[in-house]
Design a protein around this ligand. Sequence first.
Ligand code: 3HC
Length: 283
Amino acid sequence: MTIKKAMVIGSGQMGSGIAQVLAQSDIEVILNDIRQEFVEKGFAKIKKQVERLVEKEKITASDKDTILGNISLSTDYQDAKDVDIVIEAATENKKIKLEIFRQLDEITKPEAILASNTSSLSITSIAAVTQRPEQVVGMHFFNPVPVMKLVEIVSGLRTSDETRKVIADLAETMKKVSIDVKDSPAFVVNRILMSMIGEAMFTVYEGIATVEEVDEAMRLGANMPMGPLQLADFVGLDVCLAVFEVIYQGFGDSKYRICPLLRQYVEAGWLGKKTGRGFYNYE
Ligand code: 3HC
């Protein structure tokens, strides 16, 4: 099966990035969200990124028109009737994701693949709410999607080998490098990355060093492109907390304890760059 038409659910930073790369790969894509203003905002972001590619002479103005022409906007799951794949990139909330999969299982054609960009949730449990668990798979991208090369392909207990292969081909078409991962809390990258980000938070919480010092230390001493706390702000502290919860509950190991500072920031609505305040102040 070759993917020709896709629906991306969620037009936030991940969803719009995924839609952009699909459109750049000549795949027709429907960008879906719950409100028209959300999809329009997502599309505006894609347009800006694609226009920058023209400015940088990476693509022509005619390529830009083709890419943007590959994208349509939707607020109705019924538009997914004839897609080959749905890539869900909605809020990292299990209840919401399960409801989306339940509904899409009823709407999409029987051979369609239902993929989730979940950062940490069990693909096996998402698959279990559908009548096609063999065609449910994790396709986990990294932020910013147009730049980061990796895709984790997460096979749930019942995901078929054929589905995994279609996703591997799609990742290649999208010029990504994929790795196969077993279904386990937070998979590979986020399990390791979030553990490190968690230690950075505790280092600040315990007064060992300041936010700026921790980030500078990791940039200059560990060659990270951005420090762990800046990265946490960039990913979103709510997303980080959701991933931490899954890792902590999934393994039940105190080494994955959650820094109280993170909980407090999320409670305060300091969710990182997107809200103007996180470990840094962006206002
Ligand atoms: N979208 C598209 N392109 C972007 C971008 C964005 N949001 N941000 C930067 N870029 C592009 C720039 O246009 C530039 O392209 P060019 O080389 O063709 O000119 C290139 O990336 C480099 O950008 P800059 O020179 O402006 O800045 P940096 O060199 O600092 O790179 C960065 C920016 C790529 C974001 C870099 O800081 C980085 O790699 N940071 C770490 C990102 C990371 O670790 N992501 C994973 C997060 S975890 C995750 O996503 C999992 C999830 O489940 C939580």
